[in-house]
Design a protein around this ligand. Structure first.
Ligand code: AMP
Length: 282
């Protein structure tokens, strides 16, 4: 496995892979890897010849009062995990390498970025769309892997790829959870013991609603209310919404199309998100 930090070297190494007719898989991450990231890597290993993992805490997707400075970082550990997982290339540039001094061009997503997290994190998805496009242009992957945990991000990346005719297949990998249900996240390390216990209410609420859905509940408000009831102990709920999986607009009532039940909340000062997909049988 190679760790590459410059655009120039990345292009050189990848040119060799392309000449050898290798299928390239990209797993974009912000590092501090956990089993969720490893599931993406595993999917890439299964569907490509050369897996590239990017590790870059992207400043343009953080708001001014967000956790850019404190975001957990451990490149040595990440490299070890990548090596053990069979990754070919880790791309870990510094900020100046991807955002040199006169950088000023951004990719602006549309309506899909205006709901859910987009309401609370203005500019976040513009930063995500920009870095993902840059990584696609640098790595030129045949296939790229994203986690369902960041459901809105997946929808926006797919739309950017379609709208800008980018030659890459986008795969969404199911959310990997802790044994008790908490969605894995690099930010879980911010949680103290008591916060960690309370954080569980998010997945518990989503699963409770999912169980009611399975036995026939199709009322949108009722499903949202089931989640909200579990969130009593949560400090600040930003949203609990049931949205159409394609448009991210509020789901039709009663539910007749696949919908994502999505939640975002603060536990202490840690912002967590999670979702489950509900698929009515037609
Ligand atoms: P991050 O490093 O948090 O920006 O995440 C990098 C990629 O890993 C994104 O596509 C995330 O959606 C994905 N990811 C993060 N957590 C999980 C998880 N628990 N299960 C599956 N994928 C995840």
């Amino acid at each position: 496995m190679q760790t590459i930090t410059t655009v120039l070297e990345l292009r050189q190494v990848l040119a060799e892979a392309v000449n050898a007719d290798k299928r390239i898989g990209l797993v974009p991450t912000m590092g501090y890897l956990h089993e969720g990231h490893l599931a993406l890597i595993e999917a890439s290993r299964a569907q490509s010849d050369v897996t590239v993992v990017s590790i870059f805490v992207n400043p343009t997707q953080f708001g001014p009062s967000e956790d850019l400075a404190t975001y957990p970082r451990d490149l040595v550990r990440d490299e070890r995990l990548c090596r053990e997982a069979g990754v070919a290339i880790v791309f870990a540039p510094n900020v100046q390498e991807l955002y040199p001094t006169h950088f000023e061009t951004f990719v602006e997503p549309g309506e899909l970025a205006n709901s859910l997290c987009g309401v609370f994190r203005p500019g976040h998805f513009r930063g995500v769309a920009t870095i993902v496009c840059k990584l696609f242009n640098l790595v030129r992957p045949d296939v790229a892997f994203f986690g369902q945990k960041d459901f809105q991000q997946c929808a926006i990346v797919r739309r950017v790829v379609a709208d800008l005719n980018l030659p890459v297949e986008v795969i969404t990998v199911p959310t990997v959870r802790e044994p008790d249900g908490l969605a894995m996240s690099s930010r879980n390390r911010y949680l103290g013991e008591e916060e960690r216990r309370r954080a569980l209410a998010i997945s518990r609420g989503l699963f409770a609603a999912g169980a009611e859905f399975q036995i026939g509940e199709r009322n949108v408000e009722a499903l949202v209310a089931i989640v909200r009831r579990q969130l009593d102990e949560i400090d600040r709920v930003q949203y609990v919404e049931l949205v159409d999986t394609d448009t991210l607009k509020p789901a039709t009532r009663p539910l007749s199309r696949p919908a994502a039940l999505c939640a975002a909340a603060y536990v202490g000062s840690t912002r967590l998100i999670d979702n489950i997909i509900l698929k009515p049988k037609v």
